[in-house]
Design a protein. Structure first.
Length: 165
């Protein structure tokens, strides 16, 4: 043993210096792989199913196309991220339809009424229906949830910043 502590200290110091130099030169691999997350999607459009599947490749993704399926998944599993659409039937598209029992609003209201479910999940409303989205976010927040509206065209950037691989 040396007078200055552990005999391995010079080796550790060299490794720290080497790692620091590689970082400064941009040559160090500092990316940390994350564990798979569990994601829930309420969406009736199969094109968006494929879009979400490609964005969350390597993660666990459950997809529901209607309110009953959504309630079943959300009751049975614990999710890290929840994505909710508002308009789930063709008659809801491009109309001023109300928040009936077949829209994502019904799921938002159900989650608010069941505060023990999905407490830790990040909830994002991604519909193109901004008015419906804001009603959903308001309902979720009034139930103590953290929720936000992200228009679908802006969703890819948001997903990258939240759950980057």
């Amino acid at each position: 043993m040396s007078l200055h502590g552990d005999s391995h200290e010079p080796g550790r110091t060299r490794m720290r210096l080497l790692h620091s130099l590689l970082n400064k030169l941009g040559l160090a691999n500092t990316k940390v792989e994350r564990h798979p997350i569990r994601v829930f999607l309420l969406e009736d459009d199969e094109r968006r199913h494929r879009w979400f599947t490609s964005r969350f490749k390597g993660d666990l993704l459950d997809i529901a196309e209607n309110v009953a399926q959504a309630q079943e998944f959300l009751s049975a599993n614990s999710y890290d991220a929840i994505f909710l659409d508002h308009d789930l039937h063709p008659e809801h598209y491009h109309t001023d339809s109300t928040d009936d029992e077949r829209t994502g609003y019904a799921v938002a209201r159900w989650l608010s009424a069941n505060p023990e479910l999905q407490r830790a999940a990040t909830i994002t409303v991604h519909t193109r229906n901004a008015d419906g989205a804001m009603r959903m976010v308001e309902e979720l927040r009034s139930g103590g949830r953290m929720a936000e509206y992200v228009p679908f065209p802006m969703l890819a950037d948001r997903i990258k910043s939240y759950w980057e691989r």
